[in-house]
Write a protein that binds this ligand. Structure first.
Ligand code: NAP
Length: 257
């Protein structure tokens, strides 16, 4: 997809979780649209590879190490963004982790709860907290936060991830209202089962594991990271100028009831 009507050229996109999966696909998609891209991730090697792939396709990219749970990391990554490219127009707050193993709520490990909430929810808050002032200073921007099908429905045995991803939607809506009049549009994307390294860990990478996940997808397949990336780019484009505080479900029908 290319948004020829929407000029991403000369604009700057900041993507977390950009070393792998959905984040890498989105980083490449922003770059294809003409944006300069900052790939931010805790995984340095994969992150550098994302930047290399962008440069290989003719784009401009900067790889920065960033743990989204660390305020100093987030601030430094955004400072490097502005130092390298002069501005911040789009942010895709996407870094996230999956639960290690399922457990019912009363048996859920407290440390695991904290680990998931910290990265999947607090990390999104921290990123927005430091992205929004930059956007306010320059008069606008667009932010997309990654939620999940688990942000829409309950998932048995997954209280932390489900709470975090529901929380991302609440946080998105609240922030969207805070800044709608300041020309900053904030939305969320809710992917279904997407074929990424995270999904490989979730299924064990086995044909049986993959088949089980696919059996829960009405469309009969997993989604591709590029299908989420296309949605994110669209949400950041002028075509979505009237879309505020929306949680866009892109899930092959997984959460349709
Ligand atoms: P992925 O393939 O595991 O990629 C996620 C990236 O985020 C990895 O490079 C990971 O690094 C990085 N990361 C983890 N913790 C971080 C931190 N504290 N700070 C910065 N980066 C960090 O996952 P994905 O499937 O692309 O998922 C991306 C997002 O989509 C997540 O928020 C996930 O919850 C959400 N999602 C995914 C699916 C799916 O089916 N794949 C469905 C719904 C929602 P490491 O590899 O070193 O941990």
């Amino acid at each position: 997809m290319t948004n020829k009507d929407n000029d991403f050229a000369g604009k700057v996109a900041f993507v977390t979780g950009a070393a792998n999966g959905i984040g890498r696909a989105a980083a490449l998609a922003f770059a294809r649209e003409g944006a300069n891209v900052v790939a931010a991730d805790i995984a340095e090697q994969g992150n550098r590879e994302t930047a290399r792939l962008i440069e290989q396709q003719g784009g401009r990219a900067l790889a920065v190490k960033c743990n989204v749970t660390q305020t100093d990391d987030v601030k430094a990554a955004l400072e490097k963004t502005v130092a390298a490219f002069g501005r911040l127009d789009f942010a895709f707050n996407n870094a996230g982790i999956e639960p290690r193993k399922p457990a019912p709520t009363a048996d859920y490990d407290e440390e695991e709860w904290n680990r998931i909430i910290d990265i999947d929810l607090r990390g999104v808050f921290l990123c927005m907290k430091h992205e929004i002032p930059l956007m306010l200073k320059q008069g606008g921007g667009a932010i997309v936060n990654t939620s999940s099908g688990a942000g829409i429905i309950g998932i048995k045995g997954s209280p932390a991830y489900t709470a975090a991803k529901h929380g991302v939607i609440g946080l998105t809506k609240s922030a969207a209202l805070d800044y709608a009049a300041s020309n900053i549009r904030i939305n969320a994307v809710c992917p279904g089962y997407i074929d990424t390294p995270m999904m490989d860990r979730f299924t064990g990478g086995t044909p049986e594991g993959r088949a089980k996940v696919i059996s829960e997808e009405p469309i009969g397949r997993m989604g591709k990271p590029e299908e989420i990336a296309a949605t994110v780019v669209w949400l950041c484009s002028d075509a979505a100028a009237f879309v505020i505080g929306h949680a866009m479900v892109v899930d092959g029908g997984q959460t349709v009831v």
